[in-house]
Write a protein that binds this ligand. Structure first.
Ligand code: SF4
Length: 65
C-alpha cells in the first residue's frame, strides 16, 4: 500500500498536514512528502490519519495505490 501525491492538482489549502505529518509543503504551499523528494511512499493499512488526509483532499491531489 502506498500514498502518492499529485502536486499539479494541489491548491495549497493546507488541510492534509492537519491530519498526517507525512505531508508537508513547499515554499508556495504545494504538497510534498515530508523527508523525501519522492512522489510516493509506503503506508500501512492501519495508518488512518494518512488515509483520512487522502480522502479529505478537495482536489484529489492525494491518492492511495
Ligand atoms: S489537502 Fe490536497 S489540495 Fe489541500 S494542501 Fe493537501 S494535497 Fe493540496
Amino acid at each position: 500500500m502506498k500514498v502518492r501525491i499529485i502536486p499539479e492538482k494541489c491548491i495549497a489549502c493546507g488541510l492534509c498536514q492537519t491530519y498526517s505529518a507525512l505531508f508537508d509543503y513547499d515554499d508556495e504551499g504545494i504538497v510534498v512528502l515530508a523527508n523525501t523528494d519522492a512522489k510516493e511512499c509506503p503506508i500501512t493499512p492501519d495508518d488512518s490519519d494518512t488515509i483520512t488526509a487522502v480522502k479529505s483532499c478537495p482536489t484529489k491531489a492525494l491518492t492511495i495505490l
